[in-house]
Design a protein around this ligand. Structure first.
Ligand code: ACO
Length: 328
């Protein structure tokens, strides 16, 4: 049997605390009206003081594993897409493996910014197609509010969350049909956390210069995102022999409602076939797509056999997409 990876379990976790636009008006020079009209966001979830990425990941993993009916001992690998791991090392995948008691699993974190989850799905699909692995847990987890400069007006864009999927082999054509990845490191400077790595290790100076926060050129990211997300979606559709007309649900990365709308219109996909939850969750980076999967599945917007197209763009620049049949 030729096989591919199919999603057989999905879970999500959003921290309890919610910050709405009116709360942000009290922190920075912004307004509810500006945030709603320029970004589509109303509120975002913010991690508790005693939580970190692996806690969100754990809470998203449990329901995904339960839905899949899989014991953690059956997991061959855990891949966590994140740019906000608990520590620079060890990997969040290792912390999660320990907490889940997934004693037979390998694992690693994958860094591709907001394109991390779509990139990680392509890795899981390749492992399963090759016959190297059977059961994988793949997450998109980010805690952007921990690297957000709350004196910068761009702080309105970010929220925290985690989404998890369990993948197992399914017959070719019934799971992930195609994936696409691309990077352009020339765009790296437009979306970067400059401090804390080996280029500028943490020091009094990096902290004073606020280098451990997100530094972003919003308009460059915006333009790249529209171009990259359209390119990636069209590439996976072409690879698998489909057109945008065939897509039952587009699940795009949620960075700005104007980016989503521009992508949707260029793909000629009507609004009812594009998933949007940005108003309630803002940009949770690698988590937006798996969190979207969970909500779309729970609310009946995703049904078994549906053709689903993901597309995402983020730090790197990195952009990626997947085309898959929903199989739960
Ligand atoms: N609140 C109120 N006013 C604001 C804010 C704000 N938060 N930000 C900018 N403005 C004002 C500006 O001062 C400017 O005012 P002016 O016209 O009086 O000069 C006006 O709004 C327009 O400013 P622009 O920068 O042109 O605003 P734009 O429409 O480009 O929106 C935004 C800015 C929201 C950042 C947009 O460019 C965007 O969404 N970019 C993509 C960002 C993104 O997706 N980042 C992903 C990072 S996450 C990751 O990958 C890890």
């Amino acid at each position: 049997m030729t096989r591919c990876a199919g999603i057989v379990g999905v879970g999500a976790y959003l921290p309890e605390k919610v910050l709405n636009n009116l709360d942000l008006e009290k922190i920075v020079d912004t307004s509810d009206e500006w945030i709603r009209t320029r970004t589509g966001m109303w509120e975002r979830h913010v991690i508790a003081d005693d939580q970190a990425a692996s806690d969100l990941a754990y809470n998203a993993s449990k329901p995904a594993l339960e839905m899949a009916g899989l014991d953690t001992l059956d997991l061959d690998a855990i891949i966590v897409a994140t740019v906000t791991s608990d520590y620079l090392f060890p990997a969040t995948a290792c912390l999660l493996q320990d907490r889940l008691g997934a004693k037979n699993a390998g694992g690693f974190d994958l860094s591709a910014g907001c394109a991390g989850f779509a990139s990680a799905l392509s890795v899981a699909d390749a492992y399963i197609r090759s016959g190297m692995m059977e059961n994988l847990l793949v997450l998109g987890v980010d805690v952007l509010t921990r690297i957000t400069d709350w004196t910068d007006r761009d702080c309105v864009l970010f929220g925290d969350g985690a989404g998890a999927v369990v993948l197992t082999p399914v017959p070719e054509g019934e799971g992930i049909l195609a994936s696409f990845l691309k990077v352009d490191g020339g765009g790296g400077v437009h979306l970067i956390q400059p401090g804390g790595g080996s280029r500028h290790p943490a020091s009094h100076e990096t902290v004073e210069k606020r280098m451990h926060y997100i530094h972003m050129s919003g308009q460059d990211v915006f333009k790249g995102a529209v171009r990259g997300m359209v390119e990636a979606a069209l590439a996976v559709l072409e690879k698998a022999g489909y057109t945008p007309d065939d897509v039952n649900l587009l699940v795009p990365h949620q960075a700005n409602i104007r980016i989503i709308e521009a992508v949707r219109k260029r793909l000629k996909i009507p609004p009812e076939r594009a998933f949007v939850n940005i108003e309630r969750q803002a940009n949770t980076s690698a988590a937006t797509i798996p969190v979207g999967f969970e909500e779309a599945h729970r609310t009946g917007r995703l049904k078994k056999g549906d053709l689903v197209c993901t597309t995402a763009f983020g730090a790197g620049f990195a952009w990626a997409a997947n085309l898959l049949r929903w199989c739960i």
